[in-house]
Write a new protein. Structure first.
Length: 729
């Protein structure tokens, strides 16, 4: 065959396109990376601020460095690809008697460069992300874009070497498992008549000492996650960085059970008669009381939370194996989603955000999904019941899970019962139980007042569920405008980023989290949207179940007309991509010691904290007291505990003056000056005197002598001076 006359021009065009693809991707990546470090400066450039010209040179320099780096990496990967391809051609000898084909054992540079260039294509996504800098405070979004696009490029570069041992190992393992399934279904017993498979046709379980490679890796990862976050949460607690809200809210409740008082909590000042049921319907706290009676220490709750959060990776792994059963149970994808869950910044932040019963939900709800898919109804019923006991709004997700069971899984009776129980639980909790203890309506609808106010008569003090639904249905454009702010984009990108938004391809499973997601996004509380708090943690089980369904569906679409294992290749690629992107986002937004946002000061064990812990033991155990938010966690085993400056019947006030020298704001006070003035007001009132002071920790007593009060003011001035010196340096 004669070579085409336009071969050289086509080759030149291909080389030029590859160069543009790589250089452009590097430029956009550099622009976004610089914006992640200098968000305000890039905002000035994008909006044409008068003084923005002085930032342009630094921005251009960063872009140039990224272009050079991308091109150098492009050349290196292409050279590696040529070398490995040449090695594979050398290893394939022609059949005996066949004439050797006149071909070069080393592919040409243009082919290698063209194929390698597409690994840099995801970096162009940063060009779309630059528009966010039309608004201010886009730093976190830029960091998310950089992490996601970098991870995708690395995954595509890894995909070029799909004949490497790791990929072959994962593919061969999936093929062997698929063959084992087929053999078990065809031969349900061996020659001796002993069964080798379950009634479902699946192979018999391996003994624990013969676990597959993915199970071993997952067990190690779960253990490491539990140990790491137990250690970090304990260190945070011991260094006085835990908070009365919410750790002491639950430790006081659990301790009060041993005193015969059910759901008692004096820390939270919004409760009626100090009864927690007037705020939230959380009967699962009662189940923890016997365990806490055996180990009455706040650190037990932190340990229990870390272990519970880590264990949720196991049902995620099992659910993914079920969805990928057609691919022989793709262990690579199952392990990737389980690891992605453990690496998710939201999971990590929630593990260190004091203690919340919502930490049960990933384990319970993913187990409920697994039991539904496997039709293990006793396990399904137990997990659904326990999930409902966690919090009143879980019932909305349970209701939609029942709809999913009926319409998607065709389990009509189970689905109908689940939906009915979930809806009934929601109605009873919000209209019977909570109003009975609170003496009024469910107060958490107040956060939606701002959303419904333009369409309500007058100025409503609360938003009913009916009014909220009416606004959403009748005014969709208004609703869309409210949930497409920069803050919502930041929260969504950080939430679905670790899964590459593959949950969108599993809409039936993702729909289960719709009510809880809407309750967060339509709320007027901006704190509920970012991943740095625990509020969205309850959505993680549905995210990963939907992702498992979505990747499997994409693999089936890809392999429907293929008979060469393309569906397995899709799962293996997304397994690698999800793990790499999750690791990148963990480094950007996580709270592990390797993360860029890790704050060592929260976990540093200084001598002053040892002095503080010893000082807490000298405080009378039964005395009602008002405690600063960071010291109250050591004093929650009493009936009278209030968050300073709330006093009520308190006879003592406990303060930590070290917070004045810290860069953080003292919570519940708008500034350190307000805190200083509040303490001074108590000292000048003539009612409170200094009882004891050690190393910056202060105990004031009602009616004590006033002659030492000046020592407290002197100490506060000294710590404020240290804070000013630190800021100056």
């Amino acid at each position: 065959m004669k070579p085409r006359a336009d071969a050289k021009p086509a080759t030149a065009r291909r080389a030029a396109l590859s160069a543009v693809l790589v250089a452009g991707g590097g430029a956009w990546h550099g622009a976004m990376h610089w914006g992640g470090r200098h968000a305000n400066h890039l905002h000035a450039l994008m909006t044409g601020a008068p003084d923005s010209g002085r930032y342009a040179a630094d921005w251009a320099q960063t872009i140039g460095l990224h272009v050079v780096g991308a091109c150098a990496l492009w050349m290196a990967i292409a050279a590696m690809l040529r070398t490995r391809r040449a090695a594979s051609l050398d290893a394939s000898e022609p059949p005996a008697g066949a004439a050797p084909t006149p071909q070069s054992t080393r592919p040409d540079w243009i082919a290698a460069l063209s194929r390698t260039a597409w690994a840099f294509a995801p970096l162009w996504i940063n060009a779309v992300g630059l528009w966010v800098f039309r608004s201010d405070n886009a730093k976190e979004i830029a960091r998310s874009f950089v992490a996601i696009t970098t991870g995708l490029s690395l995954a595509m570069a890894w995909r070029l070497f799909n004949y490497r041992p790791l990929t072959r190992f994962m593919r061969d393992d999936a093929e062997a498992l698929q063959a084992s399934h087929a053999d078990a279904r065809a031969n349900p017993s061996d020659l001796s008549g002993k069964p080798i498979a379950h009634a479902s046709g699946m192979p018999a379980k391996r003994p624990w000492w013969r676990l597959c490679w993915s199970t071993r890796v997952l067990i190690v990862a779960m253990a490491a996650h539990a140990i790491l976050f137990t250690t970090l949460s304990w260190m945070k607690y011991l260094s006085f960085n835990a908070s009365v809200w919410d750790l002491s809210i639950y430790t006081q409740q659990l301790w009060a059970f041993t005193q015969g008082k059910w759901f008692y909590c004096s820390v939270f000042d919004a409760l009626r008669d100090n009864h927690m049921m007037s705020e939230h319907f959380m009967p699962i706290v009662l189940l923890l009381a016997p365990l806490y009676a055996l180990f009455p220490d706040p650190r037990f709750l932190l340990l229990f939370q870390a272990v519970t959060v880590a264990l949720a990776a196991w049902p995620i792994y099992q659910v993914t194996l079920w969805f990928t059963d057609r691919q022989g149970g793709n262990r690579a994808l199952a392990l990737a989603l389980a690891l992605s869950y453990l690496l998710h910044p939201l999971v990590q932040h929630s593990s260190l955000c004091d203690y919340h019963p919502e930490s049960f939900l990933p384990l319970l709800m993913t187990t409920a999904f697994y039991a539904l898919l496997k039709e293990r109804w006793p396990l399904y019923g137990v997990t659904i019941l326990l999930g409902l006991m966690v919090k009143e709004d879980v019932s909305l997700a349970v209701t939609l899970l029942g709809v999913y069971a009926a319409l998607v899984r065709r389990c009509w009776l189970v689905g109908a019962v689940t939906a009915a129980v979930g809806l009934g639980w929601f109605v009873i909790a919000l209209n019977v139980v909570i109003p009975h203890f609170s003496g009024g309506d469910y107060r958490h609808t107040d956060s939606y007042v701002g959303f419904v106010r333009p369409f309500a008569d007058g100025r409503p003090e609360s938003a009913t569920l009916g009014l909220l639904l009416w606004v959403v249905v009748r005014h969709p454009l208004y609703t869309l405008d409210k949930i497409t702010t920069l803050l919502h984009l930041e929260g969504a990108l950080q939430f679905i980023g670790p899964t590459l938004a593959m949950c969108a391809l599993g809409p039936a499973e993702a729909l289960v989290m719709a009510p809880n997601l809407a309750s967060l996004w339509l709320s007027g509380d901006a704190i509920k949207i970012p991943i740095k708090f625990y509020y969205a943690f309850a959505l993680t089980p549905y995210l990963y179940v939907a992702t498992a369904s979505g990747v499997t569906r994409l693999a089936r679409w890809r392999g429907r007309s293929q008979a060469d294992g393309r569906d397995r290749d899709v799962c293996v690629f997304f397994a690698a991509a999800i793990v790499i992107v999750s690791a990148g986002l963990c480094l950007q937004h996580g709270v592990t010691p390797l993360s860029s946002g890790f704050q060592k000061r929260k976990y540093r064990q200084d001598d002053k904290w040892a002095v503080g812990r010893a000082f807490m033991k000298t405080i009378p155990p039964d005395a009602p007291l008002s405690a600063q938010q960071d010291v109250g966690t050591f004093l929650s085993h009493r009936l009278g505990l209030y968050k300073f400056p709330e006093i009520k019947d308190a006879t003592h006030i406990v303060l930590n003056l070290h917070t004045l020298e810290d860069v953080r704001v003292i919570w519940t006070f708008r500034s350190k000056k307000e805190y200083y003035d509040t303490v001074k007001q108590f000292l000048d009132s003539g009612e409170w005197g200094l009882k004891d002071m050690a190393g910056g920790f202060v105990l004031l007593e009602r009616g004590a002598s006033l002659h030492r009060n000046s020592e407290v003011l002197t100490a506060m001035d000294r710590y404020l001076a240290k804070s000013s010196d630190t800021r100056g340096r």
